[in-house]
Design a protein around this ligand. Sequence first.
Ligand SMILES: [Fe+2]
Length: 224
Amino acid sequence: MSPSASAPRYTVPGLGLDEGRQVIDLLTLRLHALNDLALTLKHIHWNVVGPHFIAVHEMLDPQTAAVREMADSAAERISALGGEPHGTPGALVAERTWDDYSVGRADAIAHLGALDLVYTGIIEDHRRAVQEAGGIDPITEDLLIEHLRGLEQFQWFVRAHLESGSGSLSNAGATTEEQAARRAAPQKAAAKRTPAKKTALPPAAKKTVKRAAKKTTASKRTTR
Ligand SMILES: [Fe+2]
């Protein structure tokens, strides 16, 4: 059962049960986004090729470790608020509002072009969650701000590979991961993956798809 389906029986001192439920709901999607990002970073770590292989391959492991810590802190905040963090792949796929990362084996700079868009999506959504949490629970707001400090530094690490001496980004204006990959490394063909389809969900996860679809108003691919 999704944590959003029922109110907590208790929450932290100073918050009402309904306020606790609101914060748990927003943290639930942040937890999914962070778990998704940690998996995506490993996927890229395994699939980079080309002259920049070792630099990008090794850059991504500390990012993965830090993002896993962020996911852990989000999940433990959900528990402290009286909620139930769901860390299983089925819950993530059923409740997320974006599709799988779409680039397979590809040149390292092509991956970084696409990863820049991934970071933009999660950072924008984390910032929105900061605004929402700020009016209810400053502790959660502070936690998310701490995440953003790391996420924005990691995006800078990625963007530094895409930036010219004049300060422009090679993937500027791209709206999809494939497009960003092509713009970042125009001479290298980025292999397109077939993203996981909702129809491939395990039976247990399928039960929650309709509820998740009803609940979200965010468009696919644009948020994380
Ligand atoms: Fe490794």
